[in-house]
Design a protein around this ligand. Sequence first.
Ligand SMILES: Nc1ncnc2c1ncn2[C@@H]1O[C@H](COP(=O)(O)OP(=O)(O)OP(=O)(O)O)[C@@H](O)[C@H]1O
Length: 219
Amino acid sequence: MILSLSGIRKSYSTAEGIIEILKGVDLSVAAGESVALTGESGSGKSTLLHLAGGLDQPDAGSIFMNGRDLGQFGESERARYRRSDVGLVFQQFNLIPSLSVATNLSFHAKLADRYDAAWERQLIEGLGLESYLGRYPEQLSGGQQQRVAIGRTLAARPPLVLADEPTGNLDEATGDAVLDLMLSLARNAGSALLLVTHSSRLADRLDRKVVLHGGRISE
Ligand SMILES: Nc1ncnc2c1ncn2[C@@H]1O[C@H](COP(=O)(O)OP(=O)(O)OP(=O)(O)O)[C@@H](O)[C@H]1O
């Protein structure tokens, strides 16, 4: 298994007191496998993705990535993990404003030493970004920025892609193209994909669908 979560618990303290969101989540994803994570709003899907991405830590339970225990990582290992093992496609695009679309696209791939010009070209075409390469992020619409952010993550061919509603701002055809590219990465580079979606149409295209309900995962 490339990603194994077991017994994950996570609570938040709010004005109303402590709320327990994850109550013992077990979930494993194999290399090359694509898994749809579904569940009602507020069930904790984004929380789970943040934990798997090393952006936050669980109150209890363990997260293993490629046999390594994230709980044992120090700050620099955690930063390296976020930079090269995992690709995050979240709602905040985090494009670098001072860099052109073309430079943003290749940035992570070069940083991770996994730049592949042919794959980048395929992403640019698949995401319809040919005419925007010389622009800067602020000169793009929300959906265009989202496509660049997706391209940048996939260009780096991370072993694990974590995507939170990656097609949220996109029209259906573009959303389908995004999923095609993610599935092609899974097939060709063996990347694992854990994707949060409310769309059963998208979920049906993945290998497996799991539901987060009552703080636990059911198949
Ligand atoms: N930092 C935080 N502090 C307090 N509560 C939080 C925090 N982050 C999330 N929550 C709460 O935890 C719960 C789970 O949130 P999360 O964003 O993980 O849900 P989700 O399943 O991704 O929802 P959606 O489908 O609406 O995006 C929600 O009730 C939310 O209000």
